[in-house]
Write a protein that binds this ligand. Sequence first.
Ligand code: SF4
Ligand code: SF4
Length: 280
Amino acid sequence: MKAIVNRIIPFSSVDGPGNRTAIFLQGCNINCKYCHNPETRRLCINCGACVGQCPAGALSLGEDNRVIWDQGACVQCDTCIHVCPNDSSPKVREMTPEEVYAAVKRQIPFIRGISVSGGECMLWPDFLKALFTLAKADGLGCLIDSNGTIPLWNYPELLEISDGVMLDIKAFDDTDHRRITDEGNGIVLKNAVFLAKHGKLEEVRAVIVPDLYDGEKSIRGIGTLLAPYRNIREIRIKLIAYRPMGVREAYSHYQVPSPECLTQLADILREMGFKDIVII
Ligand code: SF4
Ligand code: SF4
């Protein structure tokens, strides 16, 4: 069993509580206009467009016409990512859960757990279950970072072994969600309630983009939906300001929300009883 791994960050303080190793899997099933890691969206189709552009000679085409990445020669200039017409990256590795966990294990004295993100990591549920089984045996916490479009109630064993899900709710309104991601949010909202009811909703993440959708309407909707479940487990809500860094050029023109706008949204949630609100 293997997954395509885009990268492993040994120490991260922004991918869940405490210091964690963050693992990013390749491939996504939606198309967020403000995606900050667009090179994780698709699997490489071996078109070869990046190969001749590498200034370090770290890319080549194999006999089977597959792109080969020489990690030792790579100078991490990201030219390949910028020239890829497919929102992909040649700098990925097919890895087993055991291989990924070997990279995690080195950090054990210094980390509280692992978080798996993407792309959309729920496209690799069997891999997640195997990886989390290894991590749990060493006492590590295990969190899933998901866009919520895959029905999580279909994976009870994976959820049982996970400490929770950090769930994106890109917008509460279905039309807004479609504008942002090209997909509706029916399953996302069902997942939010399902996870909250079962004490598995670690946090909700909302990226605030004032000229893309109505943030206040969305935050009020999310708050109303989830407030009844706060007594099961306090739900952290993370309000994330849109920033253009890393975003595809066609979508990098959106307005960055003001600090006042974010504070106002946090106040709305506080009035609804939410206590753990983070603005980043
Ligand atoms: S980041 Fe890409 S283009 Fe740059 S050296 Fe590495 S493989 Fe080559
Ligand atoms: S990473 Fe992109 S440009 Fe390079 S071969 Fe794959 S699809 Fe083509």
